[in-house]
Design a protein around this ligand. Structure first.
Ligand code: SF4
Length: 397
């Protein structure tokens, strides 16, 4: 069913829209669910996968959510069987997001044996009270237990997610979490500053004056993070992502990507470098050959559409070449390496040096940008404000 013209797409995102309970800050599409609903979702996903498979030659797969680790052994087996049937495996990088409350040794072994080679664990905090405040279903003990389980199952490429600027989180608490998290010796670290998104419990608390933002404290936490991660041997390669520079997994060394450490998340590097990817599952977004398409963020509707033999696409948008290039510039500047001018030219089809001179000059003048003959990138200070810097490149569709 997928129209294939041009080179096959190398990247696949699959959204698993189920969570045991909703976290207070979360605006992703996810909901609690029964086993029957999940079975129905898995059948629909397998069908959708078959339609898109002819257009895929995978280098990276990312199952995110939601909570992919909520799926049981049978459901995972059905999905992995389908991926094998369509010759989508092995993929150089195959990541599954896990919640520490839903990791068992059986499941971890199944995933590892069937081609998953990277797990991203949503830890967020190692402070019990903050975990409660965030509405997480897991405790700090579960993090350590699950981490051991994943290592025991043979995972040697692990990411952990942490959040900072959580209401009630002091610099001392952040520091203690960093100490314990870094001691886990992960291959990758992703961090997120809490954002107050509409339609979340945390946003309602902010509106009611029960919590307040503290930008100075958030900046201090970010500086602490960059310093501590670097001291622990994790190289910053994106605003809030850090990875081991030397490949340490047992799997053969992957062909290196330019400008990023060996354990950088290849799937995300593809996003930041403006690459195409298919998105499957309810609420998933894909970006294929300049067209961004989004599936219905409603599991029932998604399943109904697929069961009727139709793609479950709610909307699609064909970006203008200039709009695409602007987005590509903005995303890529989140990377510490910024944009080599020649690479940008190849990817976006236009030249940063002529199209966005004013934006680059402004960023250099205020200390947020650095320009050399080969590339433009954000300075350490500019990276802290990457979202604001990005605005200068966006807006022309
Ligand atoms: S586990 Fe993740 S996706 Fe699910 S509610 Fe919490 S933050 Fe959102």
């Amino acid at each position: 069913m997928a129209k294939t013209h041009g080179d096959p797409i190398k990247s696949l995102y699959v959204h698993v829209p189920f969570c045991a309970r909703k976290c207070s800050y979360c605006a992703f599409y996810s909901e609690p669910s029964t086993g029957e609903e999940i079975n129905r979702y898995v059948s629909a996903l397998v069908r959708e996968l078959g339609w898109v498979a002819p257009d895929l030659k995978l280098e990276s797969v990312f199952f995110g959510g939601g909570t992919p680790s909520l799926l049981n052994l049978k459901q995972w087996t059905d999905i992995l069987d389908a991926m094998e049937k369509h010759r989508l495996l092995p993929a150089s990088e195959f990541t599954v997001e896990c919640n520490p409350a839903t990791v068992s040794l059986d499941k971890a072994r199944l995933l590892r044996e069937r081609g998953v080679n990277r797990i991203s664990m949503g830890v967020q905090s190692l402070d019990e009270q903050l975990l409660d405040r965030l509405g997480r279903v897991h405790s700090r003990d579960m993090v350590f237990r699950s981490w051991d389980t994943l290592r025991k199952a043979g995972f040697d490429n692990l990411n952990l997610d942490l959040m900072f600027a959580i209401p009630g989180q002091t610099l001392a608490i952040w520091d203690a979490t960093l100490t314990e998290a870094l001691a886990l010796d992960s291959e990758h670290l992703s961090t997120y500053e809490v954002i107050y998104e509409e339609d979340t419990a945390l946003f309602a608390q902010l509106q009611a004056g029960e919590v307040k933002e503290d930008e100075d404290l958030a900046c201090a936490m970010f500086e602490e993070l960059v310093q501590r991660a670097g001291a622990a041997g994790l190289e910053q390669y994106e605003v809030a992502n850090f990875a081991r520079p030397v490949w340490r997994a047992a799997a053969p060394v992957r062909p290196p990507l330019p400008d990023v450490p060996a354990h950088a998340c290849r799937h995300n590097v593809n996003y930041w470098r403006g690459g195409s990817f298919h998105g499957l599952g309810p609420g998933a977004t894909g970006y294929v050959r300049g067209v961004r398409a989004r599936n219905w963020a409603n599991t029932q509707l998604y399943c109904e559409q697929i069961e009727k033999g139709r793609r479950a696409i709610e909307s699609s948008e064909c970006l203008s070449p200039r709009g695409r290039a602007g987005e590509t510039a903005a995303f890529g500047l989140r990377m510490v390496a910024g944009w080599p001018f020649e690479t940008f030219l190849q990817v976006a089809g236009c030249d940063l040096r002529t199209e966005w001179v004013a934006a680059m000059d402004e960023l250099v003048a205020n200390g947020w940008g650095e320009r050399t003959p080969e590339r433009f990138r954000l300075s350490a200070e500019g990276l802290r404000f990457a979202d604001s810097a990005a605005q200068l490149f966006l807006g022309s569709k």
